[in-house]
Design a binder for this molecule. Structure first.
Ligand SMILES: Cc1cc2nc3c(=O)[nH]c(=O)nc-3n(C[C@H](O)[C@H](O)[C@H](O)COP(=O)(O)OP(=O)(O)OC[C@H]3O[C@@H](n4cnc5c(N)ncnc54)[C@H](O)[C@@H]3O)c2cc1C
Length: 415
């Protein structure tokens, strides 16, 4: 039996909204996207995980994205000047052995274009909603409907909020949410001539204060630092002063950027760790970052956002309450699962596990163990470590029992 065709309004044409729109339009649903493009000179979120590749293929956009991106064969963790750990994605032995580092403006434009090609209509207008206090039903306001030039004249079955970190509907509906423990500020800019140890890899660096990323892009490197705001305040009054002073003061960064030049303004992000307790309600649903975002450290954002688009499309196609409950459950389970891994980066256990490798390599049993663990740990960097998987359980077993006397995990905690 064919599922009922629906009319769906999506707020936001970022990666989550565009993925959802493409898949729904292909199934014959009537889809309109209200899209207000981001206007900052740079858009954060440039490192993709291999787990995204099957979604890019599903959307039919991989070749175009490849044409303007940097090939990414792995990830490198720098604990200090002497400890660089490189993970090739092929070590994970999973479906995707590579990813890309992407200029986000071009990436977002490509995904949105795919939605339009699939039949979704794009309206360049800020969407505004209103709520019927008697029924609790959410609908588009009069101006928003007018901006769609008759497209929604017969009504809208569902409003999907894909507004990203601006979290439009959760704010409007005052949805209950859980904030993350970290209150860091992320500063980021593009630079030229930054040292990159392993070609194409994202580099995640543990600094004396906080941590940072180096993402090689065509002709430039995206450099980010994630630091407690009190420390940043002590470095200067503006974002630019704070960023420039940080990279001069941190010993590892000073070396990495000794011949480098910043070629963009500095952008700042905070309060990004957030999970909504509810992902759908009367006439509405959330997809992507507006539903939840954990942390930038392992580049999970775009994968989880686009994957939630795939999951929500399947639930809407099924058209049942059970399917929507499953969508909510599965998206939230992924967010919690990643949160549990990421907290072991911040408390030092994950870096300590990497450090244990050296000690285990001294014995034949340890070397075999290392090979086995490396395969599963690498799946963190490919994004293929779903909640409840064997890799996930093994990792947590290792956090609990695998770090022994000679390595003190607290020394690797992010401060
Ligand atoms: C510091 C930091 C670093 C990150 N680094 C990475 C990384 O390396 N790799 C990675 O995968 N992820 C990264 N992320 C996360 C990534 O940026 C997000 O997960 C991703 O952009 C989410 O996609 P989205 O479609 O949900 O939202 P968005 O990309 O934010 O798109 C939402 C869109 O909706 C539009 N919009 C909002 N309100 C309205 C409205 N009322 N009407 C119309 N349009 C509206 C916005 O303008 C925007 O275009 C990082 C995040 C942070 C904070």
């Amino acid at each position: 039996m064919q599922a009922q065709r629906k009319t769906i309004a999506i707020i936001g044409g970022g990666p989550a909204g565009s993925t959802l729109a493409t898949l729904l339009a292909r199934k014959g649903h009537k889809v309109g996207i209200y899209h207000l493009p981001k206007r900052p000179p740079l858009i954060v979120g440039e490192s993709l995980l291999p787990a995204v590749i099957p979604i890019l293929r599903l959307l039919g956009v991989e070749e175009e994205i490849k044409s303007f991106s940097t090939f990414k064969p792995g990830a490198t963790i720098c604990l200090d000047d002497d400890h660089h750990l490189a993970f090739g994605f092929d070590e994970a032995r999973t479906a995707s052995e590579y990813a890309y580092n992407v200029p986000r403006d071009k990436f977002d434009a490509t995904i949105l274009k795919a939605a339009e090609a699939a039949g979704a209509r794009i309206f360049h207008h800020r969407a505004v909603v209103e709520k019927d206090e008697a029924t609790g039903k959410v609908s588009l306001d009069e101006n928003t409907i007018a901006a769609a030039e008759g497209f929604f004249k017969n009504g809208v079955d569902l409003i999907v909020d894909a507004s990203g970190r601006s979290r439009y509907l959760p704010g409007f509906l005052q949805l209950e949410a859980e904030e993350g423990e970290r209150k860091d500020t992320a500063l980021f800019a593009h630079m030229e001539n930054v040292t990159i140890e392993d070609e194409g890899h994202i580099h995640v660096d543990l600094h004396e204060k906080g941590w940072g990323w180096r993402i090689p892009l065509p002709g430039r490197v995206s450099v980010g630092v994630v630091v407690h705001p009190d420390h940043l305040k002590s470095l200067g009054g503006t974002k630019e002063e704070q960023f420039d002073t940080f990279i001069k003061m941190d010993p590892m960064m000073r070396e990495q950027t000794k011949d480098a030049k910043r070629i963009s303004p500095v952008l700042s992000y905070n309060n990004y760790q957030w999970k909504s307790k509810q992902l759908f309600g009367n006439g509405w649903a959330l997809v992507g970052d507006t539903g939840g975002f954990i942390d930038p450290v392992f580049s999970t954002g775009l994968f989880l956002a686009m994957d939630s688009g795939v999951k929500l499309a399947a639930a809407l196609e099924a058209g049942t309450l059970e399917a929507m409950e499953k969508y909510q459950h599965d998206f939230q389970a992924e967010l919690y699962s990643w949160q549990s891994i990421i907290s072991n980066w911040y408390n030092g256990k994950l870096p300590a596990l990497f450090e244990m490798k050296k000690h285990l390599d001294r014995h034949i049993f340890g070397r075999i163990m290392n090979l086995f663990v490396a395969r599963h740990v690498t799946r963190i960097f490919t994004g293929e470590i779903p909640s409840g998987s064997f890799s996930h359980k093994l990792l947590h077993f290792m956090f609990k029992h695998g770090i022994r006397g000679e390595v003190d995990y607290k020394e690797y905690a992010v401060v």
